[in-house]
Design a protein around this ligand. Structure first.
Ligand SMILES: Cc1cc2nc3c(=O)[nH]c(=O)nc-3n(C[C@H](O)[C@H](O)[C@H](O)COP(=O)(O)OP(=O)(O)OC[C@H]3O[C@@H](n4cnc5c(N)ncnc54)[C@H](O)[C@@H]3O)c2cc1C
Length: 444
């Protein structure tokens, strides 16, 4: 029984994102549906960054994997996100992480986050993937003066691991990035950039096929049984037998198939709109001068970037139903937020509006590892809306763990997080969280 409205789990429905309108231009990926009985060393469930990166790195280690994806490759968050390739994967700030895990493990986590961005860059170079890259670095702007301090803490942690980051005041941000009615200074991290998420995902898929791995799209796993020491994953038109399974389904986790993971993910909807292309005069009204992606410090985050054809992409969170009416309401909310933050863009129509799941965990950090009661099943989930780089890294870590070449995971991401209490009531818990976030955001 899905948590959200059933339309969000309709794999036959193409994603209505702006990126999807460009899919044909990114070239084909060989990924026929699974037909008949097949076998592999490792079965990967989920054809997003995590599953594809796992399969790609397994192939490089000489281990045969097959990927089963319920929809077209990249149907999940990996084909429809905002394209921030940036440092992050947790809802906890640096100070909170240090308080829980200590200085060393927090720094180890940050090193992994930085390495993740570098990994995407390196994959693109090694495999000649055209990421449609934009901007150098990533901005985070404080939506009110009281939030500037945490940007400095974040910058200090990055400095400790050798990553240049600087905090600028409101006028400094305006002179480097854009004018915004709601900003009190900003952090610029030198590591990170914007990319086209679907172009990256399909490029990674092609690189994985080139390494000899078979991908099967439109091949949803509907049943999973154990036969002797093997797993058998069943789809509508075939079955895949494997010694090991990687569950790489993030916010679309099929809980009925993996009871050990049930209740450990909180899917949260993230929503995006894009405007029509803006004219140079319109861009000048907000003094737009950056291609780098930017987000703010609100709990109900605003994240935005100017796309190559000068459309504003603007994202945020807030719907806890997933119904079609909820989607329309979020489109109105985001359109209103654009006008509030950027008065010079008020009244400019939005051409595309879509949403998808990010995944949170109860400990507010990602989860990577193997099931305690069955180490032949690996998982990675819960990157809290920051998975372009980090889920690529997580997939590589899972591959290394299977190949026996992995080091220790940073403590914040190691192993299973606790279950949410009363998992069937998670939507109500989410509604409470969203209401709290709204109060926090509106408080002075
Ligand atoms: C609107 C939005 C904006 C975002 N913006 C950003 C951003 O700017 N930067 C950033 O870093 N992160 C962003 N994220 C988060 C990021 O996209 C995700 O963290 C990342 O894509 C997760 O990758 P994944 O491979 O783990 O999961 P997904 O890409 O979600 O892939 C999981 C796949 O599993 C498949 N699946 C599920 N059940 C089955 C089954 N039974 N059988 C077979 N397949 C199955 C699904 O169809 C899906 O394709 C955003 C997410 C959303 C939704």
């Amino acid at each position: 029984m899905p948590l959200f409205h059933p339309t969000l789990y309709d794999w036959s429905k193409p994603v209505d994102s702006f990126w999807e309108t460009q899919r044909a231009s990114f070239g084909d990926v060989e990924a026929p549906p699974l037909h008949g009985d097949a076998s592999a060393d490792v079965a990967v469930v989920g054809g997003g960054y995590c599953g594809l990166s796992a399969a790609y790195h397994l192939a490089r280690a000489g281990i045969e994997a097959r990927v089963l994806e319920a929809g077209p490759i990249g149907w999940g968050a990996s084909g429809r996100n905002g394209g921030f390739c940036s440092v992050g994967a947790s809802f906890l700030g640096a100070a909170e992480l240090k308080g829980i895990y200590g200085e060393d493990e927090t720094l180890a986590f940050y090193r992994a986050l930085v390495e993740a961005v570098q990994l995407v860059d390196a994959l693109a170079k090694d495999e000649t993937i055209d990421l449609k890259r934009q901007g150098d670095g990533v901005w985070t702007f404080a939506h009110k003066p009281g939030r500037v301090g945490e940007l400095q803490t974040h910058a200090d942690v990055l400095a400790r691991i050798g990553v240049p980051a600087r905090v600028v005041d409101a006028s400094g941000f305006e002179s480097e990035a854009f004018a915004c009615a709601e900003q009190a200074g900003a952090l610029h991290e030198s590591v990170g950039f914007a990319l086209n998420p679907l172009a990256y995902c399909l490029g990674l898929a092609r690189a994985t096929v080139k390494r000899g791995t078979k991908l099967h799209q439109n091949s949803r796993v509907t049943a999973w049984r154990r036969e002797d020491a093997q797993h058998v994953l069943v789809t509508a038109s075939g079955s895949l037998r494997a010694k090991r399974v990687i569950v790489a389904t993030n916010g679309w986790l099929p809980e009925e198939l993996v009871p050990e993971l049930a209740g450990r993910v909180m899917p949260v909807l993230s929503n995006i709109v894009t405007t029509r292309p803006l004219s140079d005069d319109e861009l000048a009204r907000q003094g737009w001068r950056t291609q780098a992606p930017a987000s703010n410090t609100r709990a109900l985050l605003a994240y935005l970037r100017m796309l190559p054809d000068k459309r504003l992409m603007f994202g945020g969170r807030g719907d806890a139903t997933g119904s079609p009416a909820g989607g329309l309401a979020m489109r109105r909310v985001l359109t209103r937020r654009i006008a509030e933050m950027f008065p010079g863009f008020a009244g400019i129509e939005t051409t595309h509006s879509w949403r998808g799941f990010i995944a949170a965990t109860r400990r507010l950090t990602p989860a990577i590892g193997e099931l305690p009661n069955d180490p032949t099943v690996s998982f990675a989930f819960g990157c809290h809306g920051n998975g372009v780089a980090f889920m690529t890294w997580a997939g590589r870590e899972l591959a290394k763990r299977i190949a026996g070449t992995a080091g220790a995971l940073p403590a914040p991401v190691n192993g299973l997080p606790p279950r949410f209490p009363f998992p069937s009531l998670r939507l109500w818990q989410l509604r409470v969280m969203l209401a709290r976030a709204w109060v926090e955001d509106t408080a002075l």
